[in-house]
Design a protein around this ligand. Structure first.
Ligand SMILES: *Cc1c(COP(=O)(O)O)cnc(C)c1O
Length: 428
């Protein structure tokens, strides 16, 4: 772990906040005074700028009606491409390689249906056994759609310890039967960052296409997709990117694949000039825009306009650096305050292997989360025994991290969690 100098006093937390050059961004967000929100990795908070950009799109509708497609401050017809351009720096891509569209699961259907082209012996998709369920369901149904039995053709790399996936194990599974690899950039439970650069090189050395689900990394850590040569990626924008519940997601397609016809097409896959010719022969865009299907969900996309302005000002490198500092401070306090209380830290202590959240494991995790909520701390429970705590660089403070750990220690000492059932809620 990189050496940080912390001490467990609240003064240390306050000094860290004072020295924080990103501190002012907190004022951009709607923060509840009585609440410490540590769930920005499930649903980021609303910023005033995201709210304003949503209101602006509504206003365009009010003012222009149908002409809002081509008039007003953000003509709707070009917005998906424009926002893709603005997201490109977050993933290390060229402006035309990113399109804001769809949702992660649908976008994954799109890229798998495009890039999974079984051929001869190469018929299998490689994933991992700690993968997010939706991604697994997508790959299973895409295998079925092409006539392959998912039980046999979806290979899941095993975890040695139930937390992490070793890159060596993934590489060892890159056999000559693998046609496509789809992996998370950051594992949603342990927060492990996979070495995307190394895996991409190893996959390409074996003539295998590779792409990543970056739901837990976009807005949290920098990416260099072009430099690494990644073939494709998908992600959502309602987690670290704060674009609102159900906010529109995004797809990255490496420029070298622009000639490929997407697996799922619709009229928004068209080149912009041709779309309204209404021909029955599709002329796909020669950009990631070809991977769109239908009319963009403007109202679910609008908050992203304001949110990305904030990211452009804060800069992903500064955000990453503060995020690491926040999670390191939290881990330091956990070690200091929660010893002997039955917690296991389930994330990596190494900066280069740790995403934006801390993952605590505890047999009573479900009801500890309920007690945290009752005390104003918003965590994220992941069955069966995981507590995710995600201090956000844009809007959480070191002092909040300090209080959250103090509250957790108090809950354990007073056994407050015992008054709740150790069962998850409907959404957890
Ligand atoms: C959040 C998340 C999803 C969610 O997909 P939706 O289509 O937006 O519901 C999928 N995969 C991963 C890895 C996620 O973290």
């Amino acid at each position: 772990m990189k050496e940080y100098t912390f001490d467990p006093s609240i003064d240390c937390a306050r000094a860290l906040d004072k020295a924080d050059e990103l501190a002012a961004f907190r004022n951009e967000f709607y923060i509840k005074a009585e609440r410490i929100y540590l769930d920005g990795n499930s649903l980021g908070l609303l910023s005033k700028r995201a709210e304003q950009s949503l209101l602006d799109v509504l206003d365009t509708w009010k003012e222009y009606g149908i002409d809002g497609w081509t008039e007003g401050p953000n003509p709707w017809f070009y917005l998906s491409e424009q926002l893709g351009e603005k997201m490109a720096p977050l993933v290390g891509a060229k402006p035309e390689e990113v399109i804001v569209t769809g949702s992660t699961s649908v976008n994954l259907h799109q890229v798998v249906s495009t890039f999974y082209q079984p051929n001869g012996k190469k018929t299998k998709i490689l994933a991992d056994e700690l993968n997010f369920p939706s991604d697994i369901y997508v790959m299973q149904s895409q295998l079925q759609a092409k006539g392959y039995d998912p039980d046999e053709h979806l290979v899941r790399v095993k975890s040695r310890d139930g937390r992490f996936i070793e890159e060596e194990d993934i590489i060892a599974a890159m056999t000559d039967e693998i046609a496509l690899i789809v992996l998370p950039s950051v594992l949603y439970r342990s927060g492990q960052i996979l070495d995307m650069k190394r895996l991409t090189k190893e996959a390409h050395d074996r003539n295998i296409l590779i792409g990543f689900d970056c739901c837990h990394s976009v807005g949290a850590i920098p990416h260099s997709f072009d430099e690494w040569g990644v073939d494709f990626a998908v992600w959502c924008n309602y987690k670290y990117v704060n674009a609102g519940p159900g906010g529109v997601g995004a797809i990255y397609v490496n420029q070298k694949h622009f000639q490929k016809v997407p697996g799922l097409t619709g009229w928004f896959s068209s080149s912009k000039e041709k779309q309204f010719d209404m021909e029955h022969v599709l002329t796909p865009a020669i950009t990631a825009g070809a991977f769109q299907i239908g009319t963009p969900h403007l109202l679910s996309m609008a908050p992203l306009i304001g949110s990305l302005e904030i990211f452009a000002e804060a800069g992903i490198d500064r955000l990453r650096s503060k995020s690491l500092h926040l999670t390191s401070f939290m881990l330091f306090l956990i070690e200091h305050e929660l010893e002997g209380m039955g917690f296991t830290v389930g994330n990596s202590h190494l900066d280069e292997r740790r995403g934006g959240h801390v993952f605590l494991e505890h047999a009573e995790a479900a009801r500890i989360c309920k007690a945290l909520k009752e005390n104003g701390v918003i965590p994220d429970f992941r069955a069966p025994n995981g507590i995710r705590l995600a201090p956000m660089a844009l809007y959480n403070t070191y002092e909040e991290v300090w209080h959250a750990v103090q509250i957790l220690a108090k809950i354990m000492k007073e056994e407050q969690y015992k008054k709740f059932e150790n069962k998850r809620g409907v959404v957890a």
